[in-house]
Design a protein around this ligand. Structure first.
Ligand SMILES: Nc1ncnc2c1ncn2[C@@H]1O[C@H](COP(=O)(O)OP(=O)(O)OP(=O)(O)O)[C@@H](O)[C@H]1O
Length: 572
């Protein structure tokens, strides 16, 4: 709970206000008991008339209203505190995912991770809205009651003092169990939502292979597992309330027995004192019990907080960017680049090359030779394990992140389309005139497609909109590049399945970009490879050759085999 306590202490002003409220509440609780006892005493023992006690009844009503208002006020302060802390956590998560979104999206499932983490943030609510106000009330009110009980009757005070510690002791044991269970709950929620998302995304493949029933069963198992963990937490909560009730009943019973004996058998105390204490003792235990249930929710928040902190720490591992300003033109050099994946044996080793400032560089190699990895390292999506991408003679990460990403365009094999019109998808929020967007879509070969759409470039595409083919999506991404006019364009050429016309469109558009930018292409097509100004030849993560097509044909057996194979495939 440490990190939560630290956060709570940042809300100092509200903390002090809660203490003041708790003190006034203590006085009000004691006054309420005192008034009830006085009214009963006056009415039944001092034989006063109803008229005589009416003013006291009004005072009692006032006290009751004040008590309700104070509880409301402390709850409200707690809710405000919770809202502020939750907002802070959401901000930190958004920052973390936002800053490292490129890396994180390379790892996949950012959306589902984010939604689970935001659920976890909501779980923090009960710590601030319930536990903190109740803990403050419980540190103040029972202490005030205990002092009053001691001042009235020492033995009753001693009974309370001896029995009360069982409650926090019990709470601590149950609390630890709850925290563990709540961490389990988050884990199974994460597993459940991850599996659910995977299955939904891959539904088509599963159906085609007749495996949807099997995966339905897996989802069911995972959802049952989540239900069982949630039920487990509830079970602990119910058992703990039962035990707390039992302990406090036992203590109140003991005090009542002792008071009864002294009042009736030994005649040592007055009815007023006995009744007064008997009204105060349940208030004492009520406050402890309420802390018990608030503690339970607080513990489950604490489990959630630890998960979030862990996640935030992980995300911080992303690359740190510098403060240097990047000015055009941009020249890129690869200086002894190495990259190791944590989860595989693949290694990109000692990549050394000077790339031209303008023109087309093709990265060529067998499947799995590290072409996409190299492209991602150049893009700044993967931080090299050693060596550097040098940009204008300085290390890439010395530049401002914003500067670099405003200078590059990345056209992946499956560009992401947001829900919105084609025009919005091309401009991506950057202010651009209608003419500029039209020009970019024309350069990317989209004009013909747009003409066939009912609302032209105002047709909604993406999730819930009109679907686009792979080649069309890449053309939208190309149009983004034409509009952005980046110095470096990274292009992951589609490996399969484009019709000749689309392929021609893409090729022509890319050629246009090579006139003004450095275009680095993971190249598979013969036409692209032959047309490249410079080729980087990769094999098993190593740069085994570089030069023009003709140079490599003349010098590399590996290149000749690869090129002939690709040619054969395309002719088939
Ligand atoms: N995120 C990852 N984590 C671990 N290993 C990875 C990851 N991405 C790729 N690899 C491994 O790195 C190696 C190189 O992959 P990469 O995608 O760079 O090759 P490629 O040359 O682009 O292949 P292809 O032409 O088939 O797309 C492969 O062996 C792959 O299994």
């Amino acid at each position: 709970m440490k990190s939560l306590q630290k956060l709570a202490s940042l809300e100092r002003g509200r903390y002090y206000a809660l203490y003041v409220i708790a003190m006034v509440l203590g006085i009000v609780v004691i006054s309420q008991a005192y008034l009830i006892v006085t009214i009963v005493d006056d009415l039944f023992l001092n034989k006063q008339t109803f008229d005589q006690i009416v003013p006291l009844l009004f005072v009692l009503l006032g006290v009751l209203i004040l008590r309700a208002s104070l509880s409301y006020l402390s709850g409200k302060l707690g809710v405000k505190m919770a809202a502020r802390v939750k907002a802070k956590y959401r901000e930190r998560l958004l920052d973390a995912y936002g800053n490292h979104s490129l890396l994180a999206s390379a790892k996949g499932q950012v959306g589902s991770k984010m939604s689970v983490m935001l659920d976890a943030v909501d779980e923090l609510d009960s710590f601030f809205s319930k536990y903190v106000p109740q803990r403050i009330i419980t540190t103040v009110v029972p202490l005030m009651i205990l002092l009053v009980v001691f001042s009235q009757h020492v033995y009753s005070g001693l009974i309370i003092l001896l029995t009360a510690p069982f409650i926090p002791m019990f709470m601590a044991i149950v609390g630890n169990m709850t925290q563990r269970k709540s961490e389990e709950k988050l884990d199974s929620l994460k597993a459940f939502s991850g599996r659910f998302l995977d299955t939904i995304q891959g539904l088509e493949s599963l159906k085609l292979y007749g495996r949807s029933k099997h995966f339905k069963d897996t989802i069911q198992k995972s959802s049952e597992n989540f239900r069982d963990t949630t039920m487990g937490i509830l079970k602990v909560a119910f058992t703990s309330s039962l035990m707390l009730e039992f302990i406090s009943m036992l203590s109140i019973g003991l005090v009542a027995l002792e008071l009864g004996l002294r009042l009736v058998v030994f005649n040592e105390i007055t009815f007023f004192t006995a009744f007064f204490i008997l009204l105060l003792v349940p208030e004492f235990f009520n406050s402890l019990k309420e802390l018990g249930s608030a503690f339970h929710s607080g513990r489950s928040s604490s489990g959630a907080a630890e998960k979030i902190e862990k996640e935030l720490k992980q995300e911080v591992k992303g690359q740190q960017w510098g403060t240097r300003t990047l000015v055009k033109p941009v020249a890129v050099k690869l200086n002894n680049l190495e990259y190791f994946y944590e989860s595989s044996d693949f290694r990109l080793l000692g990549i050394q090359s000077d790339l031209p400032a303008i023109g087309q560089v093709a990265i060529v190699g067998k499947s799995g030779s590290g072409k996409t990895t190299l492209l991602n390292v150049i893009a700044g999506l993967l931080q090299p394990t050693s060596g550097d991408v040098m940009v204008n003679e300085s290390k890439l990460y010395e530049y401002k992140e914003q500067d670099w990403f405003s200078q590059i365009g990345y056209i992946t094999q499956h560009p992401y389309l947001f829900t919105g019109t084609i025009a919005e998808n091309i401009s991506l929020g950057v202010s651009a005139t209608k003419e500029e967007i039209e020009k970019a879509s024309n350069q990317a070969g989209l004009t013909e497609l747009i003409a066939t759409l009912p609302n032209g470039d105002n047709t909604t595409i993406g999730e819930g909109g009109r679907g686009l083919s792979g080649g069309e999506k890449q053309r939208v991404a190309l149009a983004r590049a034409f509009l952005k006019k980046p110095s470096v364009v990274l292009f992951d050429e589609p490996t399969t399945g484009l019709d000749l016309k689309t392929e021609q469109y893409l090729h022509e558009s890319i050629q246009k970009l090579t006139k003004t930018s450095l275009v680095i292409t993971v190249a598979h097509r013969v036409q692209t490879i032959k047309g490249a100004d410079h080729i980087l030849l990769l094999d098993q993560g190593k740069l085994v050759g570089e030069g023009t097509h003709n140079e490599l044909l003349a010098t590399s057996e590996y290149y000749r085999t690869l090129f002939n194979l690709q040619g054969k495939e395309e002719r088939q």
